[in-house]
Design a protein around this ligand. Structure first.
Ligand SMILES: CC(C)(COP(=O)(O)OP(=O)(O)OC[C@H]1O[C@@H](n2cnc3c(N)ncnc32)[C@H](O)[C@@H]1OP(=O)(O)O)[C@@H](O)C(=O)NCCC(=O)NCCS
Length: 148
């Protein structure tokens, strides 16, 4: 489902351990609010257990961002469910390619993503996001793309 602005504290709560581990980039509440329409969440018992965002860069390219599932709920298909919703939304909007930078390459490969060399990561991404990351420029994430 699409979250509302009222869900932001719960979204941050879910993301917080992954941000602490340096797996997901920190985004403050205002940045999440600005992009609230890009998110998809799954709720259970008044808690957000899964989240992901579709960030559009251009007429053809979008990125999967902030994909995370509460550790108690992983390996039950919730990550794939968020991905299907985001991919469907991307298709409806006319997006042609989905980009992701991740440490979880097998998960994305199973969903049809293929690895690309770092040098092919669009500059939009590097200059808007990577530059904010504590691992920049020595990034070990794998870049993958899917044509949809
Ligand atoms: C990556 C992540 C989002 C996946 O979420 P998830 O809900 O565990 O994903 P799924 O359950 O859909 O799939 C995970 C695995 O569980 C398996 N699985 C799914 N349902 C299952 C079930 N009922 N029983 C056993 N295994 C199952 C899937 O086959 C999949 O295997 P794979 O990783 O080898 O492809 C989650 O591990 C996570 O939050 N990781 C930390 C944050 C992160 O790295 N995010 C990616 C940043 S881009």
């Amino acid at each position: 489902m699409k979250p509302t602005l009222r869900d932001i504290p719960l979204m941050q709560e879910l993301l917080s351990p992954f941000v602490q581990d340096g797996i997901i980039l920190q985004r403050d509440a205002d940045e999440i609010a600005t992009n609230i329409r890009s998110y998809e969440v799954i709720k259970k018992d008044n808690q957000i257990i899964a989240i992901g965002a579709l960030h559009i860069y251009s007429q053809t390219l979008a990125e999967i961002r902030s994909l995370a599932v509460n550790s108690l709920y992983q390996k039950q298909g919730f990550g794939a469910q968020i991905m299907h919703a985001l991919e469907q939304e991307a298709r409806n909007l006319g997006v042609k390619s989905l980009l992701v930078l991740t440490y979880q390459s097998n998960f994305f490969k199973r969903l049809g993503f293929v690895e690309i060399p770092k040098e092919q990561v669009p500059e939009h991404k590097v200059w808007s996001d990577c530059i904010k990351c504590r691992h920049f420029p020595n990034c070990n994430e794998i870049s993958l793309i899917k044509t949809i």
